[in-house]
Write a protein that binds this ligand. Structure first.
Ligand code: ATR
Length: 278
């Protein structure tokens, strides 16, 4: 086993910022590490992971769910979400799986942006893998109510059933967004931006002082962020901070020290073509 070797497995993965983020964290804390990106299509991912002799790895799309059965041990949060994004080599060489996406989201909102999640009435758009991690994390962080709306309503119902908190978690149809009132937390967890598709969203769902948050960043998030600003949301943020915070959580699991994320955030933010209003 190579003690200082780490990687991110994804497909596509060439644009992943993780190698750069982890290199910067290592430099900051004086920890020598090699962190590479490994292109791993679903068909070959398991074999590639078996051949990897590093101490830890991140797993990103499309392998976050399929890696679960390859772990000897999985954290409670990752088990509930049904997805793993962080692998840590145990002493017996087998993998432990964690999911740091949810903690990354909550930390970005509460620590970086200084916003309180407790007692909010939240709306999640989407019910895929990204929405699952966000939903569990936001509920754990104390949002009062969470409504899930998905283009395919059955998936929203599946997620609500998996959460199993009928008093706090509700599902609605997309077509009913015009009439279901407003929310002070709206999270875009759809992948519509990746396909350059615009979401049809009424301004009426945005409560005064609402936080509108897109789990993506850069051009992919731009349409939702522009909509949120036009709707006069109080706070409008993309998911760049979440990306860096989930990386810091993984780093802390592997190295036992949490890096200062602010310098890395400032550097990457300055390079993005579009800025969140922070
Ligand atoms: P991820 O892991 O990024 O969440 P995913 O599991 O494929 O990816 O989920 C993508 C989510 O974006 C789904 O909720 C999807 O809705 P469907 O379940 O109906 O497919 C949602 N999505 C993608 N494109 C969309 C669009 N143009 N409008 C609305 N929702 C969209």
């Amino acid at each position: 086993m190579s003690d200082s070797t780490y990687a991110v497995f994804g497909h596509p993965v060439e644009h992943s910022l993780s190698p750069r983020i982890h290199a910067e964290f290592g430099k900051q804390l004086g920890i020598a590490l090699a962190y590479t990106a490994i292109d791993a299509p679903p068909q070959t991912f398991a074999a590639q992971l078996r051949a990897f002799d590093g101490r830890g790895a991140n797993v990103t799309l499309p392998n976050k769910q399929s890696v679960l059965p390859l772990c000897a041990e999985v954290s409670d949060f990752a088990r509930r979400v049904g997805a793993v994004n962080t692998l840590t080599r145990r002493l017996d060489k087998h993998w432990r799986g964690d999911n740091t996406d949810g903690a990354g989201l909550v930390r970005d909102i509460t620590q970086r942006h200084g916003l309180d999640l407790r007692e909010r009435h939240g709306l999640i758009l989407g019910a895929g893998g990204a929405a699952r991690a966000a939903a569990f994390a936001l509920l754990d962080a104390g949002v009062a109510q969470l409504t899930i709306v998905n283009r395919t309503p059955e998936r929203a119902d599946e997620l609500a059933d998996a959460i199993g908190e009928p008093d706090r978690v509700h599902t609605r149809y997309w077509a009913d967004l015009d009439t279901i009132g407003n929310f002070d937390l709206i999270v875009n967890a759809t992948s519509a931006g990746h396909a350059h598709e615009a979401l049809q969203l009424p301004f009426a769902i945005v409560a005064p002082r609402a936080l509108c948050y897109d789990l993506s960043y850069g051009l992919v998030a731009s349409a939702f962020l522009a909509w949120a600003r036009a709707a006069k949301a109080g706070y409008v943020h993309d998911g760049l901070g979440m990306l860096i915070e989930q990386a810091a959580e993984s780093f802390a699991i592997w190295h036992g020290q949490r890096p200062d994320t602010d310098p890395v955030y400032a550097e990457l933010r300055a390079e993005l073509p579009l800025h969140a209003s922070d």
